[in-house]
Design a protein around this ligand. Structure first.
Ligand code: AVI
Length: 321
């Protein structure tokens, strides 16, 4: 087996500076990528098993039933690149269907990624696996040095693109084009707009796992930034905003309170919220237009039960005449 793991430094400096900046802003916010410490990764896996959060199961079912068609549409490739690969569970089936020579996986949660990528490499002799422990949102350019030549497919499943605003998503998809290269393709999964009640339940599961995932962020800051949040004085608060087409996830302060974080003091008013995540939902045409503004050309689309997977390449439409 060929496996290498490279951990990029700077993650803890970025956590400190981004959290302090987010808490000083009005309204207060913290980027959702900071959910994923070890406990957060475990809680996210548990969310995906909740009956109300069907997104992951539907995507898995779609990929399982339509994989032969999807693989035929993609054709021969040399490398799969998966930003935000997490436990690498989604890319396995694609590796088995497409038989690339290389797999490059990236994730801010370096230790979860390293273990999962090593195990995937162990199961696929002959596949060269490179795992980069990095914040790909800021450090994608650094991944260029690890890209093998040839036809590359960027795979971005799980509706992770929904955690970016449409403007940010277009910018990220543009950077995926640079990673994919001229002959590159993009296979991306996203949650579609649907009945707000279904969405509301998906982010407010009865077992309280999503609430625990949201509140774990405060425990992480207590551990890693010497903060003194009392999680019991905050409430998980998630709702669908139909005007913006997104779930908004907040931590709502249940009291007037001051909290110390990395030596600085922040005041929360009673009822004030700390925004922790946006999760945008898209109509298919809406998403294709965002990708097209980043230079991608829609090549295929598969839908199931409110979830969609789109395949893009960079071919330029023939100029008429
Ligand atoms: C990772 N991301 C696509 C999930 C979502 O649905 O936005 C994260 C999540 N947050 C709460 N539940 C799941």
């Amino acid at each position: 087996m060929t496996f290498r793991f490279v951990e990029f430094p700077s993650a803890s400096d970025e956590l400190r500076s981004e959290v302090l900046a987010g808490l000083a802003a009005s309204p207060k916010s913290i980027p959702p990528k900071y959910f994923y410490d070890e406990a957060g990764c475990r809680l996210f896996e548990a969310i995906c098993l909740q009956p109300e959060y069907a997104l992951t199961r539907i995507e898995q079912a779609l990929m399982a039933s339509r994989l032969p068609e999807i693989a035929a549409a993609i054709g021969t490739i040399d490398c799969i690149v998966e930003p935000g690969a997490g436990d690498c569970s989604k890319v396995r089936a694609l590796v088995d269907a497409l038989h690339p020579g290389h797999l490059l996986v990236l994730d801010i949660a370096g230790s979860t990624l390293a273990q999962a990528a090593a195990s995937l490499a162990g199961d696929h002799p002959g596949l060269q696996v490179t795992a980069l422990g990095m914040d790909f949102i800021h450090g994608l350019e650094e991944a260029q040095a690890y890209l093998p030549p040839g036809r590359r497919l960027v795979y971005y499943p799980g509706s992770s693109i929904g955690n970016f605003s449409p403007t940010e998503a277009a910018a990220l998809l543009g950077r995926f084009r640079e990673i994919a290269g001229e002959e590159g393709q993009l296979l991306i999964g996203f949650d579609q707009k649907k009945d707000p009640d279904l969405l509301h339940r998906a982010y407010n599961d009865a077992a309280g796992v999503t609430a625990a995932f949201n509140l774990n962020l405060l425990q992480r800051l207590n551990r890693e930034l010497d903060a003194d949040f009392e999680p019991a004085r905050f409430r998980h608060y998630a709702f669908y905003n139909p005007v913006e087409g997104r779930i908004e996830m907040h931590l709502l302060s249940l009291a007037e309170q001051s909290v110390g974080v990395a030596g600085q003091c922040f005041h929360f008013h009673l009822g004030e919220t700390l925004l922790t995540e946006h999760s945008y939902k898209f109509r298919c045409g809406e998403f294709a237009a965002i990708a097209s503004s980043a230079g991608w050309h829609l090549k295929g689309e598969w839908r199931q039960d409110g979830f969609a997977v789109q395949l893009f390449d960079q071919s330029i439409d023939a100029v008429p005449g």
